[in-house]
Design a protein around this ligand. Structure first.
Ligand code: COA
Length: 184
């Protein structure tokens, strides 16, 4: 899939190396309990591949259309952790620092939402992040997603009492997306 500036494509085996570098970057991973080591990064890679085969969607490798450089991870996940609103389709993003501040996460996520509403029967798609991750919440707001405070929760996969445990939930309905969708 392409947008004005990005190509979103599936992951290939050789991409594991660059994904591991991104997942090990402490700046990129500031709002995760820890950067991922190689084994954890490979496990995430495997999970995304399973998502594609089991659900028909997943996270893409986002690259520049101009020269194919890795921009980051953008796409859709199937969240199954224990919470009042799961299981649910979620939209997510993780960009290499060099590509922050250019609107690329919003551009790729908008295309991901369109793909999600076109290819699944989900009536809404959520986005989830640590309450501290204001930059990510700004992406959600730019996408036209609404914060749903009633759904905010303590993430069960983050250690109890950790500063990153409180999470916020944003949501966009199929109708709202089609009324407000951004150009991609
Ligand atoms: C969260 C993250 C994806 C946000 O990236 P981002 O580049 O700030 O987000 P966007 O792509 O929406 O870009 C918006 C910024 O680009 C600027 N911008 C520049 N050119 C633009 C354009 N053509 N269109 C839109 N915005 C543009 C905007 O002004 C805005 O800057 P500001 O935040 O300083 O006001 C990025 O910080 C990241 O990957 N963080 C680490 C991983 C992470 O936290 N992931 C989320 C976990 S849930």
């Amino acid at each position: 899939m392409t947008t004005a500036r990005l190509r979103l494509r599936g992951w290939r085996e050789p991409d594991r190396d660059e994904l591991a570098v991104l997942n090990a970057d402490p700046v990129v991973m500031e709002y995760f309990p820890e950067p991922l080591d190689r084994a954890q990064s490979d496990a995430v890679f495997d999970k995304w591949q399973r998502n594609w085969s089991e659900h028909g969607y997943g996270f893409w490798r986002a690259e520049t259309r101009a020269d194919g450089q890795l921009v980051g991870i953008i796409g859709l996940g199937y969240a199954t952790f224990e919470a009042s609103f799961t299981p649910v389709v979620e939209v997510g993003w993780r960009l290499a620092v060099d590509y922050w501040g250019h609107g690329l996460a919003t551009e790729g996520a908008s295309a991901s939402l369109r793909f999600g509403f076109d290819t699944t029967d989900a009536e809404s798609i959520v986005a989830i992040t640590s309450a501290m991750n204001v930059r990510s919440q700004r992406v959600m707001q730019r996408l036209g997603m609404d914060h749903e405070p009633a759904l905010d929760f303590e993430h069960p996969n983050v250690p109890a009492g950790h500063r990153l445990q409180p999470h916020v939930v944003y949501r966009i309905s199929r109708t709202a997306f089609h009324q407000n969708c951004l150009p991609t």
